[in-house]
Design a protein around this ligand. Sequence first.
Ligand SMILES: [Zn+2]
Ligand SMILES: [Zn+2]
Ligand SMILES: [Zn+2]
Length: 484
Amino acid sequence: MNNLQNPDLNRLNPMSSSPLATHLAIREMVLDGMQLASVKDFFRGDLIHLSTYDGIIIEYTDQDYAIKLVSRIRSHFDHCLFLKPVFICKESGSISGVLDQNTDGCIHDLNHLYQLQVPLKKLLARIESVNLSGNQSYEEQVLFNFLAYIHTRDKEDISPFIDKSGIYYPVLSDFTKRNANQKHFIALLEKMEKDAYLQGFFHSATYVCSECFNDYLMYREVCPHCHSAHLRSEEVVHHFRCAHVAPISDFKRSDVGQDGLECPKCQHQLKHIGVDYDKPATMHYCQECNANFQNYAMKAYCCSCGHDQEVEHLIKKELKRYSLTDKAINALHYGRLHSRDKSNDAILEDTLPWHLFIKTVDFEETQNSHGQSNIVKLHFNDLSSLIKQVGEENRYKIFNEIIQIIKATQQPFDFRGVKFPFVYFSLLNTRQSDAEIISQRIVFLINHLLSDNLRLKRVILTAEVLPMNGKSVETILSGIPSAI
Ligand SMILES: [Zn+2]
Ligand SMILES: [Zn+2]
Ligand SMILES: [Zn+2]
């Protein structure tokens, strides 16, 4: 007992007594054979110097400094660091929020180090059980680190942490720069769930920017014509007696008193709503372009990336709490994740993977002795601005719809292939003149989808009919730099 209360606190490090500036100083301590490094929360030295210790103690002086240092450690790529047991030493009070979420405990005095002995041993044993030597791609390493953090902290599940700065999950998101990381970590979590490393449970839901996935959005009602938010709104009054309908201001007469209403058409007073009159609608008046309308548009400005979008384009995100699956725990012991096919273009439904598409064109061409088959090439000239308007995530939704439009027009034996910004489809056993008409019809339908349903403008779509004359594959491949 005596031994526990008076741990071996020898200051072994000559640094501690050296005149090193406090923002670089590392104090070494030993606790039951374990080496600990104690630094001030405003530590500005290279974190790598801390990677050889069994644990890190942060001497708290200021909330922001402490958060910043914990964040630097937890988002560090080196596995010797991000998993490191980190404790806070704070003279009084407790720690909460992000600091509590991302550290492993709190003591009030460096002389009470013994309190850390049990939790530290337990943590080190769990960290030991993770095989950190695996060699994997950057993305896999990020995922692996996240899984390793949850596992070593012995958490049943992990919930998103939400405060005034946004949403974050430990390790995955650097919580001092949440905005920049948002897009990345949401996609990663979805991928991990799809790959069965995580099991997700509904936690809450929100809308995020279609461009950067941030949720710090500024909503406002705007004029559907000029998109100005400078609007004036007024109720519309319907006088039962004479059926006159006009904005309420037309019924206001100064000589009838402040609240009195008088009909400008029949000059009768309107006394009781529901008896003399009702208010069937509210009209909005744009102060910029003078348009008036009953339904305004809603826009959401993303305070993170500056993308201003119609609310219909916002992406609904389920925020989930996650627990590790057995597959994840096996991967942690094994030392690496099993990566999947990363091909993006194959995600679209009802299209052939690109190499198969090319093979099929090649094959069909040899069958096409009568010259009655065609490949149509659709070119989305301004694809990057289309994606910018709808967001990366919606891109696949839209292209899936486009593929369905094409498929509905084709015959059952026809096929499709995609290599952005091109979409190709076959019109087999079809005369070239008919193929021209069909492709124009498809262009019309796609434009209709983009402009009417999605209110997308500025997308220029062209269609070119390529008769299958023995050179289609060459023509297709020559139009796409480094196609395969
Ligand atoms: Zn307007
Ligand atoms: Zn009237
Ligand atoms: Zn954004």
